[in-house]
Design a protein around this ligand. Structure first.
Ligand code: AMP
Ligand code: MG
Length: 423
């Protein structure tokens, strides 16, 4: 007879019917979270990494008129002989920004610089390297050229009316350049969501306080600060809150009055001092999940009035895993952009990895390129969910899906490079 005692399911169980899948958890987040209201009009430089509010159409053609892609000579192709070499007389120079407006006639050419408008009567630019200037200043060009050679056509880059930026686009450095090329100096972007966060735990002390026996420094607020700082959000750090229902209630109410999203870490498991659940049930509306992922199994999603609540586990690695898989999608929605699946790359395993089917695992890996420029990945030592150095030494998650039953050296597996952005 077995003497093993198990009074309830736990995160050490191989399978628990009450758990939901990663995809389910994501779907539930998408059901509950909506874009924040409000927008602001800002100079385009301040819009970098912000989310575009409404689609932008080009008011003009870019370039506005045909111009030269090279330094050389503008001619009419008709002037060239069918065979052999034509000799041209140079009648002037066209500079970028200073057009040459005289019409170019038969066997005449115009010296032209890159970006200069094409002079009237010309339809090709001959690179200066393909022309020969005689001692008397005549320009010799062979017959091997065609119409439109080295010419940038009007609207070649952007056409009038073309959509350049969709609503929900994250403004990139190139977008700033594109907007500037249209003369657009200001843009409407979605208001930054406000994210408040605090840590819970009687064992936590802040930097600067002595470490009494049994106490640890609060690290989650720092990794959270780091991850949130990469996102277009405003941050409110509410510090460490004791494991007392009153203190937790007060912190949650304060946060809900100021923020669009509240993130807490710790206190969402089933321990004696895990008060997040009862307090939230009192003041808001919540779902408590056990997700079939490792690390990061317990997670809470809820709402206090219009503020979304996400209760992450306390373990430092679980905080970063759940942030990457669930908080970033929630912020993508709040910030007005689309939820993008994380980008996965194939890599060859350099280590054996133990894994049971039935849950997703996010091990921490170091990906490098092999001699054939293919990704290979090894683990960063101990993988416990409290071992934060496994994250700081890593550059990617090794993503092992539900069905994976372990990895052998040489197996092809998926990796997700760390990217704390909205994608
Ligand atoms: P909990 O989810 O509150 O049971 O916490 C799980 C584990 O994570 C415990 O070992 C905690 O001490 C640890 N932990 C919780 N919050 C933090 C934090 N802010 N910084 C570092 N470790 C933490
Ligand atoms: Mg705790």
């Amino acid at each position: 007879m077995s003497t093993k005692i198990q009074s309830a399911s736990s995160c050490a169980d191989p399978f628990d019917p009450a758990t939901i899948s990663l995809a389910d958890a994501l779907a539930r987040i998408q059901d509950r979270v909506t874009q924040v209201e409000g927008s602001e009009r800002l100079p385009i430089r301040d819009c970098l990494d912000r989310i575009n509010l409404a689609a932008i159409q080009s008011p003009i053609d870019v370039p506005a008129s045909p111009n030269s892609a090279m330094d050389g000579y503008a001619i009419s192709i008709d002037s060239l002989p069918a065979d052999g070499v034509g000799e041209f007389s140079e009648i002037g120079t066209a500079y970028a920004g200073t057009p040459f407006n005289q019409t170019c006639g038969k066997l005449q050419c115009v010296r032209i610089m890159t970006g200069a408008l094409l002079p009237p009567g010309t339809d090709a630019v001959i690179m200066q390297e393909q022309a020969e200037v005689t001692a008397s200043g005549r320009v010799r060009i062979d017959s091997d050229h065609r119409v439109n050679e080295n010419i940038r056509q009007a609207g070649e880059d952007i056409r009038t009316g073309e959509t350049l930026l969709e609503a929900g686009a994250r403004i990139s450095p190139a977008d700033l350049g594109v907007l500037a090329s249209l003369g657009i100096g200001e843009l409407d972007v979605v208001r930054k969501p406000v994210v408040a966060f605090f840590s819970t735990g009687d064992e936590l002390v802040s930097i600067g306080e002595p470490l009494a026996a049994g106490k640890i420094y609060d690290s989650n607020r720092y990794s959270l600060y780091g991850m949130l700082s990469r996102l277009p959000v405003d941050i409110i750090d509410l510090g460490v809150i004791r494991d007392q229902p009153g203190a937790i209630r007060e912190a949650l109410v304060t946060a809900s009055q100021q923020a669009d999203l509240i993130i807490t870490t710790g206190g969402v498991s089933v321990g004696e001092a895990d008060y997040i659940k009862p307090v939230l049930e009192e003041i808001g509306d919540t779902e408590f999940w056990k997700i079939a992922i490792k690390p990061g199994r317990p997670l809470t999603l809820g709402q206090i009035d219009n503020t979304v609540f996400m209760g992450l586990p306390g373990n430092p690695v679980a905080v970063m895993v759940t942030f990457s898989q669930f908080v970033i999608p929630a912020i993508q929605i709040l910030a007005g952009t689309t939820v993008k699946a994380p980008m996965l790359f194939k890599a060859r395993a350099l280590d054996k990895m133990r894994k049971r089917p039935g849950r997703y695992e996010f091990q921490r890996g170091v990906a490098t390129l092999d001699d054939n420029n293919r990704w290979q990945v090894g683990k960063t030592g101990k993988q416990g969910s409290g071992i934060l150095t496994s994250m700081s030494r890593a550059n990617c998650f090794i993503v092992l899906p539900d069905e994976n039953a372990g990895v052998d050296i040489g197996d092809e597996i998926d990796i997700q490079f760390f990217d704390w952005s909205l994608g």
